[in-house]
Design a protein around this ligand. Structure first.
Ligand SMILES: Cc1cc2nc3c(=O)[nH]c(=O)nc-3n(C[C@H](O)[C@H](O)[C@H](O)COP(=O)(O)OP(=O)(O)OC[C@H]3O[C@@H](n4cnc5c(N)ncnc54)[C@H](O)[C@@H]3O)c2cc1C
Length: 377
């Protein structure tokens, strides 16, 4: 490699890095080296086929593409078409199945009632009663203010404890912004204008995005193994964890990670849906994925199916998934952000670089915006 003349280095081949590399190669018509320490492209959106069942699954958990952003929708449609999948989530609590996000069906089924939408507010007000807290200071208080203690304890408390490894009373209020709640029977998980699963899977998108002759890909390549070869003029676009780039000089950010356990079951359909949450705290996993439901247009076997149990764990620094939002981490990330912003030849972003939960469309939008702001000058 001619390190001295390397103009663009992109670290990470997830949606952030792939979008940046694709734009540099095709819009700037410049050569770019894209590296990833994993043995595959696609970051956490990578998909693969299970050999025994031929069912395609998402290696790092079920991914549904959804967006209302026209720019992102037009961009991604250059590389794939989507099937007609519409996401719906169910949850099992005490051996009974309910709809999520909490909606009129969930409430009526839980309380064995037939409330009408206009009766829900008054009903919940009575349920909340004296538990209402004027100025909620954490996730638990805010949730109880919204839906009352009983629904909170059934559907949120145990699941959140498993997901975040702590009591919801220790989590910030704004986590609840990610939990939609409805007074109608609307059971669609997303409200986005467009949604679906890429017809030929996620990996095929990345193969197409990165097929430009200006892009050289090196897998199994850690940034830190080649950093010493780099020259100051090389523009680095880094989508790994922001604290790692600066050698953890201010301390380590905390993350949650996931572990997945695959099993083949000898029935055609195990759970009737792609994702089933498990709300009870005593059940060690948070969800079961059954990926055959993501592609109902395909011919999958009728005598076996693939299921994947998902477990949430504290991160050992090797496999970061979700940022852990507390004051300490928020302050830490601001300090790292200031360092990154002081270096003109460096862009750090993406879900690991920004230390933020991004959906795929947010990630692509972030990359397209940064490309326009920082690279089109
Ligand atoms: C369980 C789960 C489910 C999700 N479901 C959805 C969903 O249904 N819909 C949706 O829109 N979004 C979903 N998301 C979000 C989606 O995964 C992210 O938006 C997307 O992956 C972010 O892309 P990225 O490029 O920022 O990061 P990543 O995909 O994580 O890519 C970063 C890459 O950088 C590489 N890297 C890191 N450090 C180094 C290094 N030192 N050297 C070389 N390479 C390095 C990593 O190996 C990785 O491949 C989900 C996320 C999770 C965790």
């Amino acid at each position: 490699m001619d390190w001295q003349n390397l103009k663009y280095l992109v670290v990470g081949s997830g949606f952030f890095g792939a979008t940046m590399a694709e734009r540099i190669a095709s819009q700037l018509n410049e050569k770019v080296l894209l590296i990833d320490k994993r043995p595959h492209i696609g970051g956490n959106c990578h998909s693969q086929t299970d050999e025994e069942t031929s069912i395609e699954y998402h290696t790092y958990g079920t991914h549904i593409f959804h967006t209302s952003n026209e720019l992102v929708w037009n961009y991604i449609n250059q590389f794939t078409s989507f099937n007609g999948y519409r996401h719906q989530v169910l949850t099992t609590y005490e051996n009974k199945v309910y709809q999520l996000p909490i909606n009129l069906e969930t409430i009526n089924s839980f309380y064995n009632l037939s409330l009408k939408p206009f009766e829900v507010e008054q009903f919940l007000k009575e349920q909340i009663g004296n538990d209402y807290i004027e100025h909620p200071s954490n996730f638990e208080e805010k949730a109880i203010n919204l839906i009352g203690k009983k629904l909170y304890e059934a559907f949120i408390k145990g699941y959140s404890k498993k997901q975040w490894g702590c009591s919801p009373a220790q989590l910030p209020v704004d986590i609840l912004n990610r939990l939609p709640f409805r007074k109608s029977y609307n059971e669609s998980y997303y409200n986005s204008k467009w949604q679906g699963i890429p017809e030929f899977g996620y990996t095929a998108i990345f193969e197409k995005m990165l097929s430009h002759p200006n892009i050289e890909i090196r897998l199994n390549t850690d940034f830190f193994s080649l950093r010493s070869h780099l020259y100051p003029d090389t523009k680095i676009i880094y989508s790994g964890p922001i604290d790692s780039y600066f050698d953890y000089c201010y301390g380590k950010l905390e993350w949650r990670t996931l572990e997945f356990e695959k099993e083949i079951i000898e029935v055609e359909d195990y759970q009737g849906t792609s994702v089933m949450n498990y709300a009870d705290e005593e059940i060690p996993f948070t969800r079961i994925h059954e990926p055959r439901h993501l592609h109902t247009e395909r011919n999958y076997p009728d005598n076996k199916t693939l299921i994947i149990r998902e477990y949430s764990k504290a991160d050992d620094g090797k496999n970061p998934y979700y940022p852990l939002h507390n004051i300490k981490n928020r302050e830490l990330v601001l300090k790292y952000r200031a360092l990154a912003d002081s270096q003109p030849n460096l862009i750090i972003a993406g879900r690991l670089g920004d230390y933020r939960y991004y959906d795929m469309h947010d990630t692509i939008h972030r990359a397209l915006s940064l490309f326009n702001e920082r690279m089109m000058k």
